[in-house]
Design a protein around this ligand. Sequence first.
Ligand code: MN
Length: 144
Amino acid sequence: MDPRDEGVKEMSVFPTGGANEAYARYFTGKSYLHMLSQEQVVIGNVTFEPGCRNDWHIHHAAAGGGQMLLITAGEGWYQAWGEPARRLRPGDVVHIPAGVKHWHGATAGSWMQHLAIEVPGDDCRTEWCERVCDEEYEKLEGTK
Ligand code: MN
């Protein structure tokens, strides 16, 4: 499906792509995915509708690995387990070491788009955990 049919406009110089069906079961709300690179370094452009976030998850690796997020548009959240959520704005860079449980997504009132870079490593895999429930997510509003 073309997201432009759903009122989604290009938010940055990177294409929004289509509905993120491959990972939809790990997201609350709708997201869109456009793979920018599948060689050398894998980079996807992920767009979250307002209120959309992914489930708690861990990027595992035996060596190296992890993920970097480069925020390209909108406003969002990043939270690592046991830490306060961090508000994300365009230009922000988030380093997520392998093994750190975390989630990322839009704020309730804004779209958010980030480039997700898979940091190369050995035996990389992603473990998906529990959802970020509404109560937990709604508590973030009003914080900075
Ligand atoms: Mn992640």
